[in-house]
Design a protein around this ligand. Structure first.
Ligand SMILES: [Zn+2]
Length: 171
């Protein structure tokens, strides 16, 4: 199944969405409000008209979860409220439907999304996909260099947690 792309303002400002003729997108009310540039506004409204761009806003609980994750990852000082909302909205859709990809060229936004276990795509290619984490067992600290989202510890069987690798070097 094709992924649903969760897009930030920078992605909507770029021509990236036009290069994905079959794709489905989603973003938040706040990001839509941020788009004042007329050609971008028109492209965005066309996508909404075609039913290819969903607009929503996240609930309080997922906002809190993203804020907590961004504090742990060290990204909170440079994330805007719009960024936090977008990640929280992505998290909610991922939980309900799965199969989303967060599209942004903002490295702090991408880093926080990765920290929360979301798939990311940077159209500018500054961040390589899916190589920023490893799995660590919370019980015995066994480390596995795998790109899977979930696995049980081969030593003790505890569910391993995904950790961000070299997170300080990402921006
Ligand atoms: Zn273990």
């Amino acid at each position: 199944m094709a992924p649903l792309y969760i897009v930030d303002a920078g992605t909507l400002f770029s021509m990236w969405t036009q290069q994905q003729p079959e794709a489905m997108f989603a973003t938040t009310d706040r990001i839509l409000d941020e788009i004042r540039n007329r050609p971008t506004r028109q492209r965005t409204e066309t996508l909404i008209g075609l039913g290819r761009l969903r607009i929503g806003s996240p609930g309080r609980e997922s906002l809190k979860q993203v804020e907590d994750a961004a504090e742990e990852s060290g990204d909170i000082p440079v994330l805007s409220h719009a960024d936090i909302e977008l990640i929280a909205y992505a998290l909610e859709i991922e939980r309900l439907e799965g199969g989303i990809v967060v599209v942004s060229s903002d490295l702090a936004l991408l880093n926080t999304a990765i920290y929360l276990g979301l798939e990311v795509l940077d159209p500018k290619g500054q961040m390589k996909e899916g190589r920023q984490w490893f799995l660590q067992c919370p019980a015995c600290n066994q480390v596995e260099e795998k790109e899977t989202r979930q696995m049980d510890c081969p030593i003790c069987g505890t569910e391993m947690k995904r950790r961000v690798k070299h997170k300080r070097n990402l921006r």
